[in-house]
Design a protein. Structure first.
Ligand code: F6R
Length: 585
């Protein structure tokens, strides 16, 4: 996944584009580039690394002109090299493009263009768009006709912005996001509102299968057949202004510390939708819950709380697996899809399969403008604000709070005091000194195991995921009882083991596992509301309603992963090789 941006306005384009790219860097950060048009000349600068690094080396923001395009890349076709970075100029240098997505038939198109004399400098699928546009523009001499001809040839999922040497911009969307920011002095074409929120809160969400042509500040939106389409200007929520780090060193740290507030507000605006979801769930023959990564770990917890507290059976499904086992789904069921971004290709594919089987879709999603939102019969907003750090933190808590609200509505016997819980979490993370000290110990460790039983097992897996992403240390979640069936062989004096051990029905058995591990010389970090001599380090969690333990367990581990990343000098906001929304399969 990548971010694309186009700008036309009264301001100097390059610094405005660089700022927008910085905000959208969560979408990909292998390399970055900007191209601007000035006096009918296109100039391109690009390099490997993050926006600030590349900008301080080659001053992307010094390019001249009031019109430009920019890109941050998450490599899919071709390695992370300067040549593969966008923008890609066409052979004549009279057109440059930025692209997000995948062109499936690029090899075929590349051969066709090569036979006609075009050269390709990069390994990307994107460069064919630049040359195809050049070819079509040379034939038609018209931007509208050019884009129509171009989109009729390319197959795949994409959004691109093309800049012509006369300063015209055009952008097309097919299943990848494209949003127009309409300011008084500026027009933006962007993958995310974060690309322009500083300048305008007026947004037009371009529909898939439409394109836009922009000359100065005049624009037209058309469908791929060339018919004009009506557009609506939406006011973007001011909450996007939250996407600043403020006094925090990193977005990830800020987002971890926002969780007491998330506990109070998650699902808050969606009471009616929760009631609708509850009706669906009550009357369901079968319920499936899907997600990827962290969102799948929420699905595992959902299964446990639904069965334990309201005796409702639900089957978790890893989204990326469903296409290989669609027969596990019964027709006319309820299908709950959990996704922070609402753009994960695997989740969208799973929903497509479920819809084909006539299932009703309940979407639990943070970005309400996302593709998943449009596919749901019931939409439950996580309402946790923009999550910029690539590793999911506050969105996990928000997903669980939404699920708790569903369970609470389904049962008369459960009362959760969210205010009290939020306060206890604030207190727990008020002073991170102890966690910072443990993080120093983890700096040179090569393996961390995390043990949990019952509802604490999904937290063990989620902890492992956070540690892997943020610290690059090998980490593995293990169901406590499975220790003696194999993993015990791995325990020795070099290993650290985190024991998720709240005072619930799993407590005694898990403490026994901790002793067995300690006897093999491993260091034990206990995450518990009860202290024990078996723990070399004790991370104290509050004594609370046991349904809430998962959240109080994961938050200190998120902090531990964060501070360990700081110790290891990795970038916690942008872990290597990852992207915030994985819009490719
Ligand atoms: C983990 C993480 C990923 C995402 C996964 C699904 O920290 O961020 O595992 O949870 O890519 O993303 P969404 O929820 O946007 O579908």
């Amino acid at each position: 996944m990548c971010s694309i941006i186009g700008y036309s306005g009264n301001g100097i384009a390059a610094p405005i584009i660089v700022k927008g790219l910085k905000r959208m860097e969560y979408r990909g950060y292998d390399s970055v580039g900007v191209a601007t048009e000035s006096e009918n000349q296109i100039e391109v600068k690009k390099g490997i690394g993050k926006v600030n690094e590349v900008n301080s080396k080659i001053q992307l923001d010094s390019l001249p002109g009031n019109i430009g395009i920019g890109h941050t890349r998450w490599a899919t076709h071709g390695k992370v090299t300067e040549l593969n970075a966008h923008p890609h100029p066409s052979n004549s240098g009279k057109i440059a493009i930025v692209h997000n997505g995948i062109i499936e038939n690029f090899e075929e198109l590349k051969k066709e263009l090569e036979n006609e004399g075009y050269n390709f400098k990069s390994e990307t699928d994107s460069e064919i768009i630049a040359n195809l546009i050049q070819k079509n523009y040379e034939i038609t001499k018209d931007v509208k006709e050019t884009i129509m001809k171009t989109v009729s040839k390319i197959k795949g999922h994409y959004a691109f912005v093309a800049m012509f040497e006369n300063g015209q911009l055009a952008a097309a969307r097919f299943h990848e996001p494209l949003i127009v920011g309409v300011g008084q002095e500026n027009i933006f074409l962007s993958s995310d509102v974060l690309g322009f929120i500083e300048y305008t809160d007026n947004a037009i969400y371009i529909k898939s299968g439409n394109f836009i042509i922009l000359e100065n500040k005049e624009f037209q939106i058309l469908d791929f057949e060339g018919k004009k389409v009506k557009h609506e200007i939406t006011k973007v929520s001011k909450e996007f202004g939250d996407a600043y780090k403020g006094d925090y060193a990193h977005f990830t740290l800020k987002e971890i510390y926002e969780q007491p507030d998330v506990i109070l507000r998650a699902g808050e605006t969606t009471i009616e939708e929760i009631e609708k979801a509850v009706e669906y769930i009550k009357n369901a023959k079968n319920i499936y819950i899907t997600g990827s990564g962290t969102s799948y770990n929420s699905a595992l917890i959902a299964k446990q709380i639904l069965s334990k507290y309201v005796k409702i059976k639900a089957e978790p499904i890893i989204s990326s697996e469903l296409q290989f086992t669609p027969e596990v789904i019964e027709e006319n069921s309820i299908f709950i899809a959990i996704s922070q971004s609402g753009e994960s290709a695997d989740v969208l594919e799973a929903v497509r399969i479920a819809k084909k089987l006539n299932c009703k879709i309940i979407s639990i999603v943070n970005l309400l403008t996302s593709s998943l939102t449009r596919k749901g019969d019931v939409i439950l907003g996580m309402n946790c604000g923009p999550e910029i750090g690539v590793a999911a933190t506050k969105s996990f808590t928000a997903q669980l709070i939404v699920l708790y609200k569903i369970v609470q509505k389904l049962s008369e016997n459960i009362t959760i005091n969210f205010e009290e819980f939020s306060e206890s979490i604030s207190k727990m993370i008020e002073n991170p000194k102890k966690i910072q000290k443990i993080a120093k110990e983890l700096k040179n460790v090569s393996d961390i195991y995390i043990l949990g039983r019952g509802i604490n097992y999904p937290i063990a897996i989620e902890s492992a995921l956070k540690l892997k992403e943020l610290t690059y240390i090998h980490a593995e979640g293990i169901p406590g009882g499975e220790l003696k069936h194999g993993p015990l062989a791995l325990m020795d004096t070099d290993v650290f083991v985190i024991i998720i051990n709240p005072n619930d029905s799993t407590y005694t058995d898990t403490l026994t596992s901790a002793r067995e591990i300690k006897a093999r010389g491993a260091k034990i970090i206990g995450v518990s509301d009860i202290e024990s001599d078996v723990y070399d380090y004790w991370i104290e969690i509050p004594k609370i309603n046991e349904i809430l333990y998962p959240i109080s367990e994961i938050i200190p581990i998120q902090l531990l992963a964060y501070y360990s990343a700081i110790e290891k000098d990795t970038d916690p906001d942008y872990p290597r090789n990852l992207a915030k929304s994985v819009t490719v399969k």
